[in-house]
Design a protein around this ligand. Structure first.
Ligand code: BG6
Length: 482
């Protein structure tokens, strides 16, 4: 069996920064099935040889220590480039002939990766259909689709409908690179590969859950896209909801793509829709100072670069436990973490200490850039009367000192080998939009809650901390030690 990956949007940044380095690294680690051919398609006109030369430079930069000249030479012999325009049907027929030619009569699984502008997804797929590129023929045909998948539930549904005219659902792989992160998959192992956490993982022991995706970077050169998207579309509908799903889901019957995705989607189905005053009270909006001066941003933009939401998951496990979700650009540090905040002990035996108030147990799961987890608990200060102090069990998710694989490495391999478990299903994507749509609409309406500004380098607007204090809680605002 041989494999081919066709990348539409080959001249784009994602291809050189993520896709090719990820495929190269898998080759270097001898994990890429042999033979795997890569065919880039974009409008720019250059030859395969010219594309290989460009990619050699960028791959050396992004694959860093994994880059070895000999390996690159062997890997790049299977890279091809074909100029093509998505609006031109003939170019798809040419692509088909080109693929048949390089694949010969070998049984080949083909994956088409859509890394183009999202507006072109539906057209590209329809053209593939017209050229017969979707038909399983001497091997499987699959399509990987980058985010954003639609801009709301209506457009996501339309896109699903239109793709389903060409590809079956089992051929469609909607990528969310957070699912490719080793530490996100480790959440499933933590929860379902151990017995000690599960009995505590519910409303009886957990006061609330915090999921934070903080970034230090600003919008950079993506202003044009970002100002239309805002943080709810850019981070919540996809990445943060994925983290919420793996935190909250029930154990699947078996570890297979369909069973896992069935359980994940049930979490979204159980999210309590906002009503009435929830829109104003259950969230905080922020924009960093100087955002409107960035390239591509209108002077009077009201787009959020920070948001915090409080959601409830109405099922037996989570009823009454708030999930606080927060993300922002231009924050104190880059950190993605999930905090499981346990309840206070029902009765405190050890008298009040003047300068120390014991905190309840907390499990901090570090997704990135630190990778690991810490369990916070109280212990006795040695050689004191019964004085308490906060102690910590620290686990580092380490692969023998080596850098963990990039999320795209795992996902591209799964795409080539036909494992859909770490990709989003159509119902999951649509359900996620159904939660976010009304919040976006309310936040755009005249009754929107105030858009607070915040100084870059902080944890978002100070009102976000005030909001937590009013609820008797605190954000866990700690930059990870790496
Ligand atoms: C992307 C968003 O999907 O995820 C970006 O469009 C964001 O705005 C990025 O910076 C974050 O990904 P990661 O892997 O760096 O946390």
């Amino acid at each position: 069996m041989s494999h081919t990956m066709v990348i539409f949007g080959a001249s784009g940044d994602l291809t050189s920064r993520k896709l090719i380095p990820a495929l190269y690294r898998q080759f270097h680690r001898k994990k890429l099935p042999k033979p795997t051919r890569i065919v880039g398609v974009a409008r720019s006109v250059f030859t395969s040889e010219q594309w290989r030369t460009q990619l050699a430079e960028t791959t050396e930069k992004y694959a860093k220590a994994d880059f070895a000249a000999d390996d690159w030479k062997a890997f790049s012999e299977s890279i091809y480039y074909l100029p093509g325009d998505i609006s031109n049907e003939q170019d798809f027929h040419k692509l088909g002939a080109f693929l048949n030619d390089i694949e010969g009569d070998q049984q080949t699984d083909r994956v088409y990766y859509l890394s183009t502008m999202p507006q072109l997804y539906a057209t590209a797929i329809a053209q593939m259909g017209k050229a017969g590129l979707n038909v399983d023929n001497h091997g499987h045909r699959r399509v990987i689709i980058e985010k954003p998948f639609g801009t709301d539930s209506v457009t996501a549904r339309q896109l699903n409908d239109s793709i389903h005219q060409t590809f079956r659902e089992d051929q469609i792989y909607r990528i969310d690179h957070y699912l490719g992160k080793e530490t996100v998959q480790n959440m499933l192992v933590l929860r379902f590969g151990n017995t000690i956490f599960e009995p505590l993982w519910n409303r009886n022991y957990i006061d609330h859950v915090q999921i934070t995706c903080a970034e230090e970077v600003k919008v950079g050169r993506r202003g044009d896209y970002y100002d239309k998207a805002g943080i709810l579309r850019d981070m919540f509908q996809n990445h943060i909801f994925q983290l919420m799903m793996v935190t909250a889901m029930e154990a699947p019957v078996r570890y297979t793509g369909e069973f896992v995705r069935d359980e994940k989607v049930k979490v979204l189905q159980a999210v309590r829709p906002y009503k009435g005053s929830d829109f104003a009270e259950n969230g905080v909006r922020g924009q960093y100072e100087g955002y409107c001066e960035e390239e591509g941003i209108p002077d009077d933009s009201q787009t959020e670069t920070f948001a915090a939401l409080k959601l409830y998951i109405d099922n037996w496990r989570w009823r009454g436990v708030p999930f606080y979700l927060r993300s922002g650009k231009a924050m104190s540090c880059r950190t993605t973490q999930i905090v499981i905040q346990f309840r206070e002990p029902p009765h405190m035996l050890f008298g009040e200490q003047k300068s120390y108030r014991p905190e309840a147990n907390r499990l901090v799961i570090q997704i990135q850039p630190a990778e690991g987890m810490q369990l916070h608990f109280q212990s006795k200060v040695p050689d004191s009367d019964m004085k308490l102090r906060l102690s910590e069990l620290d686990f580092r998710f380490d692969s023998n000192g080596k850098e963990l694989p990039d999320a795209y490495q795992r996902l591209l391999l799964d795409g080539l080998l036909g494992d859909p478990g770490l990709f989003a299903r159509s119902d999951e994507v649509e359900q996620a939009w159904r939660i976010i749509d009304p919040i976006i609409a309310a936040w755009k309406s005249p009754a929107a809650p105030t858009l607070y500004t915040y100084e870059p380098g902080l944890w978002g607007p100070t009102q976000s901390s005030d909001w937590m204090h009013e609820q008797g809680r605190n954000w866990f605002d700690v930059c990870p030690m790496i």
